[in-house]
Design a binder for this molecule. Sequence first.
Ligand code: KG4
Ligand code: ZN
Length: 348
Amino acid sequence: MNVLGIETSCDETAAAVVSCGLVVRSNVVFSQTDLHRPYGGVVPEVASRNHSAYLPGIAEKAVSLSGLAWAQMDAVAATYGPGLASSLLVGLAFGKALAIVLRIPFVAVNHLEAHLYAPFMSPGAPDFAASCPLVALVVSGGHTCLIRADAPGKYRLLGTTVDDAAGEIFDKGAKLLGLPYPGGPEISRLAEGGDPGAIAFPRGRLSADTVGGLRAGLCFSFSGLKTSLLYCLKRGGGAKENCSRADIAASYQEAIVDSLCARLELAASVEGVRCVAVGGGVSLNRRLREKIVAMADKNGLKALFSAPEFCMDNAAMVAGVAGCGLGLRGRVAWEIDARPNFDPDFFK
Ligand code: KG4
Ligand code: ZN
């Protein structure tokens, strides 16, 4: 089963060929970051225009690098959401058109399921089904979700953010610190050598018991952290004297990482769960990985992370989902429109 995957949910134009949901034959990503950096964030109009311009060439490159012929493709898979509407539309329309021309099935893939699946595509990773039940943490520029997987395709949303996503809070914090977009890698670099305990930034605990039917203790809130950083910088540094920019960045990063790690620990501390899987752009963060590994060791859990090339948006994870039998198929897939919003019902 060779699947050509297409991913255009945000500002990465990506195509990949994956066999049997696991063997990545090619994984081509054109990151538009340089085009959006001057604006300090992703501009939807710029993103969709560039998807239109580059996607055909990227798909062609993915097939050619795979060593397979177009005629050997068994299905085309594309992301239908969540993401930027105008960006999703490009990949979805292109994917459907390709499937029609090639006379092969079309599979519509949920972007969060793709991030959730990505850790299982990494070399040496255990089998997805055999690792269930597990708790997945999906942390990206647009999403922060805790999802329980009882089996592939059988999910339950445990927690989500009530305001900003983890990646967004890295990006916004970087902006306040005068660092370029995207902010995650910048803050992480500045934090090296800083003292993560220099400033006690808030960990975003929610006072209510439930949030939209979810346990509040498993939900995230980062907006207070951002405001706290703003006031800290207005004061000219931290509460302590001689607080360096590295100390501020390290403390800010620590607050994000702690709040992700603590809720993941709580979500995974239930009977039967033996594995935590972490995916999405923010899972590239070294401090987050260190803390999750330590938390998992303490609790006798196996911690699985996406390989670096599958953390940020990519099409291999989309083709992977389709190749292992997941995703929407048949008439539903052909008829589906771009779905920009996060749909909690997908995980019910
Ligand atoms: O998964 P992704 O490509 O986008 C979405 O699906 O939304 O993730 C992009 C996000 C950006 O917010 C970026 O700042 C963050 O991932 N990121 C990081 C790191 N590398 C990328 N955040 C923290 N530490 C990093 N090393
Ligand atoms: Zn993503």
